[in-house]
Design a binder for this molecule. Structure first.
Ligand code: B12
Length: 378
């Protein structure tokens, strides 16, 4: 028998996130419809605005409250798919906004993300199907270099909850050779690949080629795909997943469009330190006042030049200059308190000039990105 506890600071009659409790504190927590005693905390009734309630729990880093809430929503009849796409996913986007604006530290982001990871684990457990025919076996993986594993886990949880799909979660950043080795076993019907950072589209292309080599079709999703099927198509994927629920419906055919990664793309992706150093010196010559930056700011600026080159690599691979434009816009926003946007775009132009002899197509692609930012179309 479990006893409920009232947390210090809880308003009387209110549960996690300030939503009214369905039962008074001190009542016994019954087993949910899924047959397991959920928690020693008082259960919460399903709030009218679950996303807002979850957001409040995330803001206070309330790991138990968040896990309890998602299980309560499930018990209240909300589908796993809706809990993930309407509650957890928008909350994580909010985490990114707070982090980017500086309102939250990196540590705050890590804690909040670990709260959602725990909530997702609780949901996976609570929603495990009692019966299921498991007609398909889907491997869910993150592209090589991709450390955003939460989006992939969200898609995996949705698929696994149906009971129709056996899901093997292969985790974050799987090198293409290792993926090839796992897929070679021959029991996987589809690879569901996730890619959040555009810079990892190159690693994604390698993963797709590895899957195709063993005749496994690939569906790819994630924010790096940019909201249309174009980038997915350009890197040889058999289908693009606009959202997490697509994992339930997609049955892509193997299209056999492997994409060779051009040498220039690889060169930009592994951008040479000498290219960064030369561009950096040119930047200081053009903007002498930047020499007064702290050692930390100098190091971050070099890092940002590397980011520009790696995004240009992805833009070239997918023939999509908006990837180059987006990283410049992102840097302009992030650094707006320190430098005007023109310093970022002029520095990008210096990088294009430095890249020109070794990577003329990349230089051209970066200039197209700069033009889009200057024209305000990015
Ligand atoms: C948590 C987080 C991290 C964590 C990830 C932890 C983890 N275990 O996943 C850590 C700390 C590792 C991290 C690292 C970095 N991050 Co980060 N991160 C985030 C954050 C806040 C949330 C990510 C997330 O879970 N999103 C939620 C999901 C719900 O959104 P989603 O990706 O669109 O996925 C949905 C669909 O697209 C779909 N889907 C996705 N994949 C697939 C696949 C298939 C097959 C299917 C069917 C569907 C599907 O289902 C999902 C659910 O609906 C985002 C903010 C954001 N807007 O996403 C930043 C964000 C993505 N990160 C960012 C950055 C910059 C970084 C770093 C470069 C930071 C650094 N300097 O080191 C590194 C890069 C690491 C790398 N190489 O991969 C930026 C990217 C900016 C840009 N220009 O691209 C963002 C946008 C933050 C920001 N606003 O600035 N990050």
């Amino acid at each position: 028998m479990r006893r409920t506890r009232q947390r210090r600071g809880d308003a009387p009659g209110r549960g996690a996130a300030g939503v009214p409790r369905s039962r008074a504190a001190g009542a016994l927590a019954p087993a949910g419809p899924h047959g397991w005693a959920r928690s020693r905390r008082p259960p919460v009734s399903s709030p009218t605005d679950p996303a807002a309630a979850y957001g409040r729990l995330l803001e206070t880093f309330d790991v138990h409250g968040a896990s309890d809430l998602v299980v309560e929503l499930l018990d209240g009849g909300m589908s796993v798919e809706r809990i993930i796409t309407d509650v957890l996913a928008p909350a994580q986007v909010g985490v990114g906004e707070r982090w980017e604006s500086g309102a939250w530290s990196v540590a705050d982001e890590h804690v909040a993300t670990s709260v959602t990871e725990a909530a997702l684990a609780a949901l996976t457990h609570a929603a495990r199907p009692r019966r299921g025919t498991q007609t398909r076996h889907v491997a869910v993986a993150c592209a090589e270099g991709e450390w955003h594993s939460l989006p992939a886990r969200m898609a995996a949880t949705i698929a696994g909850a149906t009971g129709e799909v056996r899901v093997t979660m292969l985790g974050a950043s799987l090198p293409a050779e290792q993926l090839h080795r796992r897929l070679s076993v021959g029991d996987i019907d589809m690879l569901a690949l996730s890619c959040s950072m555009p810079t990892n589209l190159i690693g994604a292309a390698r993963c797709i080629a590895a899957a195709h080599d063993v005749a496994v079709p690939v569906m790819i999703g994630g924010r790096a795909l940019g909201g249309t099927h174009d980038r997915a198509h350009a890197i040889g994927a058999d289908a693009w997943a606009p959202d997490a629920s697509s994992i339930l419906t997609a049955r892509p055919e193997l299209m056999g469009r492997d994409t060779d990664i051009p040498t220039e793309v690889m060169l930009l992706d592994a951008v040479d330190d000498a290219v960064v150093a030369l561009t950096y010196d040119r930047m200081l010559a053009a903007f002498p006042r930047l020499a007064a930056m702290t050692a930390y700011q100098h190091a971050r600026t070099r890092e940002d030049l590397g980011w520009m080159a790696r995004h240009t690599a992805a833009a070239l691979l997918t023939d999509d200059p908006s990837i180059a434009a987006d990283v410049l816009t992102w840097l302009c926003t992030r650094l707006s308190d320190f430098v005007p946007a023109s310093v970022i775009t002029d520095t990008a132009a210096l990088l294009a000039e430095t890249l020109e002899p070794q990577a003329p197509h990349g230089a051209q692609m970066l200039r197209r990105g700069i033009a889009a930012v200057d024209a305000g179309t990015s």
